[in-house]
Design a binder for this molecule. Structure first.
Ligand code: SF4
Length: 219
């Protein structure tokens, strides 16, 4: 599995220096825990242009840092309107309300990371990826979140199989990467960028891909 480490190192080198804040909603969020987690929820199943617009609209309404009481002052319907541009806004509004009712800001900061992961996963609307992005990007916990782009790149490369579970893919990857949150953050964002710009869902640009010579190209 040296190939897996080569894949990550090469893609970090290829993409990291050109990543801009505007490409990821979570990088645009205020640095308080609730703002970061809400930004990650808003990013679910949409592009970052729309989720960033929704995040800004909400931040304008409730302020920054985000406080649970400011969010709960709104009805779920009002909140959904504020974040409408992110898509699936009713579901996301309910998730955000569930979230602020289920976990306190203090717990987001202080709970043992694995306990916090379980608590977040118990909240309706919060899945593995959302919980893990928060643990990595805010808590600096060494976990590797898997999103659609990363799953596609790894499947085509030949290191995981189509249909493998989130947890199976995460564990496979984590076994071969350093337990260094800075490295894992660079790897996470660089692989997403690769999936968006080069290893696209349709018509991957294999001819300009820096890992083309090692890739199984299982498309
Ligand atoms: S060679 Fe093609 S299929 Fe393989 S990672 Fe690069 S773009 Fe994707």
């Amino acid at each position: 599995m040296d190939g897996l480490r080569n894949l990550f190192d090469t893609l970090i080198e290829y993409h990291w220096s050109s990543i801009e804040m505007g490409e990821f909603t979570v990088l645009n969020a205020c640095e308080d825990p609730l703002s970061v987690l809400v930004a990650i929820v808003l990013s679910q199943n949409t592009n970052d242009v729309n989720s960033t617009r929704a995040y800004r609209s909400l931040a304008q309404r409730v302020g920054c840092p985000m406080k649970p009481e400011s969010i709960l002052e709104m009805s779920v319907e009002e909140l959904a309107e504020v974040i409408r541009v992110s898509g699936m806004h009713h579901i996301k509004a309910r998730t955000i309300v569930n979230l602020v009712k289920s976990v306190s800001v203090e717990e987001l900061v202080k709970l043992d990371p694995l306990e916090l992961r379980s608590r977040l996963l118990a909240i309706r609307g919060i899945g593995y990826k959302t919980a893990d992005v928060f643990l990595l990007m805010y808590r600096k916990f060494p976990v590797f979140p898997i999103d659609t782009h990363i799953r596609r790149v790894l499947t085509r490369y030949g290191v995981v199989r189509r249909g493998d579970s989130y947890e199976a893919i995460r564990r496979t990857v984590e076994n071969y990467l350093p337990e260094d949150p800075d490295y894992l953050t660079r790897a996470h964002l660089s692989l997403i960028k690769h999936g968006r710009a080069v290893c696209r869902a349709r018509k991957p640009l294999c001819e300009m891909c820096p890992v083309s010579s090692w890739c199984a190209k299982i498309v």
